[in-house]
Design a protein. Sequence first.
Length: 289
Amino acid sequence: MSPIRLYLVVLVTIFTLPINISSANQRQLIHIAVFKEQHQLINNIYNTYGCTDDAVANSPANQMIAELLLLCQALQLGNNNFRLAFVPFPVHKRIFQHLSRGTIAISGMGIWLSEAEKDNVYISSPLIKSGEFTKGIYHKKNSSITISKDKSKPFQGIRTVINTNWLMDYQALKCGGFDITHADRYESMFKMLRFDRVDVVAHAFTPHPQMHLTKEQETLVPVKGYRIVFSDSLHYFISKKHPLSKELYQAINIGLAKLRQKNIIEKTYLRVGIFRPETTNWTAINCNG
């Protein structure tokens, strides 16, 4: 065979060989905002288990991680053509800034509808509907809380602490008559409770059988018969500036509809303790009277 013919045969062979590129490398990379406290654990879970049921089974009962895994599953059910990368942020404000620029595609956690900058983001269907999200009023197990006889504000004068930038929490506590102190950091709230600088801390219910919570070497328990009820819904926010925004928005909503149909969303919040059916008839503390 002449050198020219040999060259042509080799050239044709090269360009007709099947290209063996993994499907993972073909999928589009999507950057998702998470809080820095959970960033490393989320990476470990995702890199080990992906979006499978094993990821859920091997993750702690934590709302932020649970909502990230719901997002992961929704994207998988809606369009499996994405790879996920998680970017850590300290606070919501920074997440909103990057969503408005399109440098982050999606919030990896549910965010209150009332916080949406609707010019900048698409809003997913709700994870939690208005009135479904509640918190307990936690105090140290060995301490007692005196409830006011004023039924409209039973916690009048009771000292609590919150980051006042958490507007939904702050407004609910203010309407409940609490004496509110500001703290920048989540961990600081429990240190203040430990050293009796405040009496109670509002916190999501836990999956513990008695709804106990352990922080700063203290066992905390909810005040029985009372719960804070939030008249707002939780959603994923999708940046309108991101080039795949409409595709992501559609995929998330398709996936969430399938998850809700299978009761997976409800089961998730039951598993982490956010939904506690036994508190349904407890007195609601909120701004609706």
